[in-house]
Design a protein around this ligand. Structure first.
Ligand code: UGA
Length: 454
């Protein structure tokens, strides 16, 4: 919405939320207090806030005023009830639709922006069709269209300013044209695809499933590289040069994280099973299994490197967000690896340039900083990388933050305990930067390469 406001100064954009703290934070004078860290976002907020971009808790009034409403609420995987563990929980979509049904006036276009299962637009339409007209007998009408979002965190502004494509799905030509006109202010018409509503909903899930599948594929091959002496980067480079395959999303790592890939895959698995397509469901489910395995495999090989015990070993985790340039830790592979190591009694030091101690504490549940139980490890939060690594037994790189690209490994290794280990799960450490350092070095898709460092 910040990008939309920036591109269309004559359109008034209001973001509403039931969460009071969030709205306060979005309105904060101090731009460091915005609820999320996203490169370039604070600049857009600064430029447009209180001009044509507003953040408000007045939900009902703003619904009544709106010509177009984007439903952009979260749709997490259901924890309970029918479809638990797989299906998306649509309760927020549903309650938003009910508020729209109640407070809207005149003709309102509803844009389904949240990632949703196929046929959710039908659900919204059903709720809206049950709404009563306003007392002044003015007729309420609604048009429901789907326009899923393809931005990725960390590059959101760039992705929105120059998207590969925009999808608009629906059968109401007038509503589609209205939304398309808005996008056309900065996106060429040739990049705006009009589809039926179900294709639009399913395309979003499928795009994420294909991207996730590429990561699981390259991670599966990374394990094979580690055994055979092949180098995953050379393999990725070689296959990526084939234009039919393409070079993007071929970075081996600790497994995909983030709020989308797993949720959307689970959703597809659920939909396939619902329609009796067991083989198709199993196929997509395997992408998730492989992702889990990659995380477990990494925890296990770290523990194995210490002959099966990391109890009281000082292990430094560099990076906790699910990828760089975001402070989002949802489904971050670092959580799983940290939990495994803590369960094995490790003494963890966790560093991340943007993730807070509070977020880490929440993600680790009962493994909080006060935990002194000897069957479990403990963890502390570090601000300075070099201090964090003093007397450490191992360093585990979990996120590819720019801060970790230019570390002076010579200084770090001299301050570590011997035998000192580096586990690079993102493949970002250059071997030549380790020259002369006394350590054992493991890299994803390459394996143990200590003996090659000269
Ligand atoms: C993903 C999609 O890329 C977006 O197009 C989509 O709009 C978004 O989900 C969504 O549905 O909202 P996002 O989750 O922000 O975006 O991040 P990605 O860049 O896709 O990365 C996801 C995970 O895959 C990260 O943990 C990342 O480290 C990992 N990854 C990515 C790899 O391990 N290797 C790669 O080559 C690429």
């Amino acid at each position: 919405m910040a990008v939309l406001a920036d591109k269309c100064p004559e359109i008034k954009v209001t973001v509403v939320d039931i969460n009071k703290e969030k709205i306060i934070a979005w309105n904060s004078e101090d731009l460091r207090k915005l609820p999320i860290f996203e490169p370039g976002l604070s600049l857009l907020i600064k430029r447009n806030r209180n001009k044509n971009l507003f953040f408000s808790r007045k939900i009902n009034e703003n619904i009544a005023e709106a010509d177009i409403i984007f439903i952009s609420v979260n749709t997490p995987t259901k924890k309970k009830g029918l479809g638990a563990g797989y299906a998306s929980d649509l309760k927020w979509v549903e309650s938003s639709a009910r508020s729209v049904a109640k407070f809207a006036k005149g003709n309102t276009i509803i844009v389904e922006k949240s990632t949703v299962p196929v046929r959710t637009a039908e659900l919204i339409k059903t709720i809206l069709s049950g709404s009563k007209s306003n007392s002044n007998s003015e007729k309420k009408t609604f048009s429901v269209i789907s326009s899923p979002e393809f931005l990725a965190e960390g590059t959101a502004i760039k992705d929105l300013e120059n998207p590969d494509r925009v999808l608009i799905g629906g059968d109401d030509d007038k509503a589609i044209e209205k939304l398309s006109q808005i996008y056309q202010r900065w996106i060429p018409k040739s990049k705006i695809f009009i589809t039926n509503v179900w294709s639009s909903e399913l395309s979003k899930l499928t795009a994420n499933a294909f991207l996730a599948q590429r990561i699981s594929s390259i991670n599966a091959i990374s394990s094979l590289c580690e055994r055979t002496g092949a180098d995953i980067k050379e393999v990725a480079n070689a296959i990526g040069a084939d234009t039919r395959i393409g070079s993007k999303f071929l970075n081996a790592g600790p497994g995909f994280g983030g709020s989308c890939f797993q949720k959307d895959l689970l959703n597809i698995v659920y939909l396939c099973r619902y329609y009796g397509l067991e083989e198709a469901a199993n196929y997509w489910e395997q992408v998730i299994f492989l992702n889990e395995w990659q995380k477990i495999r990494i925890s296990n090989l770290i523990i194995d490197s210490f002959f099966g015990t990391v109890t009281d070993k000082k292990l430094v985790i560099l990076g906790y967000s699910f990828k760089s340039n975001t402070n989002d830790i949802r489904e971050s592979p670092a959580i799983r690896v940290a939990k495994d190591l803590l369960e094995n009694g490790a003494n963890l030091v966790i560093h991340d340039p943007k993730v807070s101690k509070f977020q880490i504490s929440n993600s680790l549940g009962e493994n909080n900083e006060k935990s002194n139980n000897c069957s479990e490890g403990k963890w502390t939060f570090a601000i300075d990388i070099y201090n964090a690594c003093l007397e450490a037994d191992a360093i585990i790189i979990m996120t590819e933050w720019a801060e970790y690209l230019n570390i002076d490994w010579g200084i770090i290794c001299r301050s570590m305990r011997q035998p000192a280990w580096i586990f690079d799960t993102r493949g970002i450490v250059k071997e030549k930067s380790l020259k002369g350092a006394k350590l054992k070095f493991w890299q994803v898709g390459k394996g143990l390469i200590t003996n090659n460092i000269k």
